[in-house]
Design a protein around this ligand. Sequence first.
Ligand SMILES: [Zn+2]
Ligand SMILES: [Zn+2]
Length: 575
Amino acid sequence: MKIETIRHSLAHILATAIQELYPGTKFGIGPAIEAGFYYDFDLPKPLSPEDLPKIEEKMKKLITENIIFKKREVSKKEARKIFKNQPYKLELIDEMEGKITVYESGKFLDLCKGPHIDSTKKIPKDSFKLTKIAGAYWRGDEKNPMLTRIYGTAFKTKKELSEYLKMQKEAEKRDHRALGKKLELFLIDEEFGKGLVLWLPKGAMLRKLVMDFALKTYLKRGYQLVSTPHIANLNLWKRSGHWDFYRENMYPQMKVEKDSFMLKPMNCPGHVKIYNSKIRSYKDLPLRFTEMGTVYRYEKSGVLHGLTRVRGFTQDDAHIFCSPEQLQSELREMIDLTKYILNNFGFKDFEISLSVHDPKEKERYLGSGKVWNLAEKALENALKEKQLPYNRYLGEAVFYGPKIDFSVNDAIGRKWQLSTIQVDFNFPEKFDLTYVDRKGKKKRPIMLHRALLGSLERFIGILIEHYAGAFPLWLSPIQISVIPVGSRHREHAREIGKLLDEKGLRVQVQDEAETVSKKIRKGEVQKIPYMLVVGDKEAKNGSVRVRQREKGDIGVMKLEKFIKKVEKEIKDKNI
Ligand SMILES: [Zn+2]
Ligand SMILES: [Zn+2]
């Protein structure tokens, strides 16, 4: 028995139940869909989600009655007679040719081609559920009446159903678009522009925390900070090859005086120009330029999705220029850095892929086989030295060089591709990059592109889903909320707020005129890691009543002790 047949039969049973519970209902259509079914009704009274259990009960009762599905062929005239009180069915009949099939299940008759199960005996017990009610225009046309659509989901076993519902619930709870709204992190406003992210105060703070951590780490590891504009002359993009190979991802040109400019889709040409701004010696290498570079790439409006698919985003970008002899040690350090960064954001499981060229298709790649072998060996050796398992993909390299990609698994086991390390033989040629070697001879450096977080927007979208919005303390836009018990404790609460603020903690004082329980509830909704409740007793002995996210009240604590506790938690980056 096909699950689709069961799902479609359940749609009929749903209609049968509705007919008995709400006499006078006019029926639309009821097909099987992915993971379930629906039926559209024109009801004599409006329904709410609270009515679903009752309808579901009725369906279960009908199923136990072992209702037989009977198929009948009738003429158009007979069909018009059977459905004389059903205007939607009559509309469908008018458009039909030849014999019309009618299905009977209990007292309910439907226009239907089938197939159906022969008896409700075939419906697996407890493996379906009505999930939601929505409005739907008859035949999807907004000029038609709005009908009530009831959705259900159905599987072959109860276990499959509960697994499906659990996963749905989990993914829904973590959806970064909904959480972004609830936690007041970001806004995507159609009037401002599709696929363009407006960061609200808390989201902008989260973004800054992510950016600061990454940048601070890079600067500590020998990177130099650079900064380049959002637009550049079209001639530059012609020389870099983007005009020929990447144009469909770029926005149309802007005419300014006699020049044309393009919004930048990548940061590389700017960094290459900076490299070329003076003569480089072997003693200068490796040079590592990093930038939180904002780029714009064209995406069709249909594929845009929250933060994970946008039209403008900021990359934690970097380009490394080194001699061939330095390549392997640079890669080794970069792999360490990638692991360090991802670990700190709570991602511990990686999958690594190495994309190499196919020597049989030389014409697809730029540069000699000799350089390719050197670069691929270097990448492979670096991974081996680090004892990291990886998959090797032959022929998957981009035309200008081989690469390593890191994917992470999030808290519910979904895989996300994040970090990329690429070797590039193209740019050094196109922009004639050189350095002077020990013997005073001009040499070509090797260029590496790498972004470890990738797009900050996408990375934060993934972080929101990974943590379900409950960020570890160091990443929480607001870390601590101070709640005075009564109006006479407000002043004291503000003083605590000031003290914590001076310690560099991000704190809010909830001194509005509301009950403590209401303020606690608010803090819980906002997923604030710590709430400190202060009343008479606490004020008198310099302590606070601490509520920890998910744990609730963890008792009264001296304020200094609390500060030490959170400072340690931030340092350890524990959840
Ligand atoms: Zn049907
Ligand atoms: Zn690049």
